[in-house]
Ligand binder design. Structure first.
Ligand code: C5P
Length: 241
């Protein structure tokens, strides 16, 4: 069946869903980094991220985090609720890595004094700048109540996912979340949206600190496909070959 495409992003395509209020999220193998300056393909990534995100969103639903996820449709597609994406990327960090290391001159791998939450304004032209709560509420990207809800969800998600990953020998270094607004009976709810996968998380092996995420692509470390497969395998969601 040919469906109308609503939006094409860097790693996913959103199609019209079979029922009103739903959309289909299609996971591509395309990978980009450094705000689109580096482009490539990670063979099989879409299939793995579809499974990994399905698994993590389902587990989060089971502890009471509302998400947009409805069900997986096939190898590369999942049905999700249609939401209006809040234009803020919420990043939670447990261990120093990535832009935090660069910005503050920290040592990569250092455990942070406590988990740190950051907000970035979703805007490709500006390269998703770091913003504060003041910017977010002053410019009306989210109000204080929505922002507080996103923060509370982000902290609970972090606690739960840290434990889940640790249980399979993985460290959750940092990750990015996106939230959406959903209207039901005239009421607006904030729900977790987009995806949670090795594209949006930094995940290291507990024993060796081997990077098992998109940093292997960003930094040309090799064994990129294998890293995504390893995360799926540890979580018990590796699709049959
Ligand atoms: O690059 P940075 O260190 O700020 O990234 C923090 C975390 O957020 C990483 O896990 C990265 O994969 C994720 N991220 C993302 N999408 C972005 C920016 C960061 O998934 N646009």
């Amino acid at each position: 069946m040919r469906r109308r495409q609503i939006y094409e992003g860097k790693a996913k395509i959103i199609y019209e869903g079979p029922e009103p209020g739903t959309v289909v999220q299609y996971f591509k193998d395309d990978a980009t980094a450094f705000n689109n300056q580096k482009k490539g393909t990670i063979t099989g990534k879409g299939v793995l991220n579809n499974r990994i995100s399905e698994y993590l969103m389902t587990r989060l639903e089971s502890i009471g985090i509302p998400t947009h996820f409805v069900r997986r449709l096939n190898m590369r597609e999942q049905l999700v609720r249609e939401v209006e994406i809040v234009p803020i990327e919420v990043v939670v960090r447990n261990i120093a890595a990535g832009t935090l290391v660069k910005r503050l001159g920290l040592e990569e791998g250092a455990r942070l004094p406590r988990s740190i939450v950051e907000y970035y304004y979703k805007n490709d032209e500006l390269g998703d700048p770091l913003v504060s709560e003041e910017h977010i509420t002053a410019f009306g990207w989210a109000n204080t109540q929505d922002l507080d809800e996103m923060l509370q969800y982000a902290l609970r998600i972090n606690d739960f996912l840290c434990g889940l990953f640790l249980g399979v020998g993985l460290k959750l270094v940092d990750f990015k979340l996106e939230f959406g607004r959903l209207w039901e009976d005239e009421e607006m709810r904030i729900v977790l949206a987009d995806e949670i996968s090795p594209d949006s998380c930094r995940i290291w092996d507990v024993a060796t600190d081997k990077k098992l995420d998109k940093d292997r692509f960003r930094r040309d470390l090799g064994e990129v496909e294998e890293a995504y497969q390893e995360v799926a395998r540890r979580l018990g969601v590796l699709p049959e070959a």
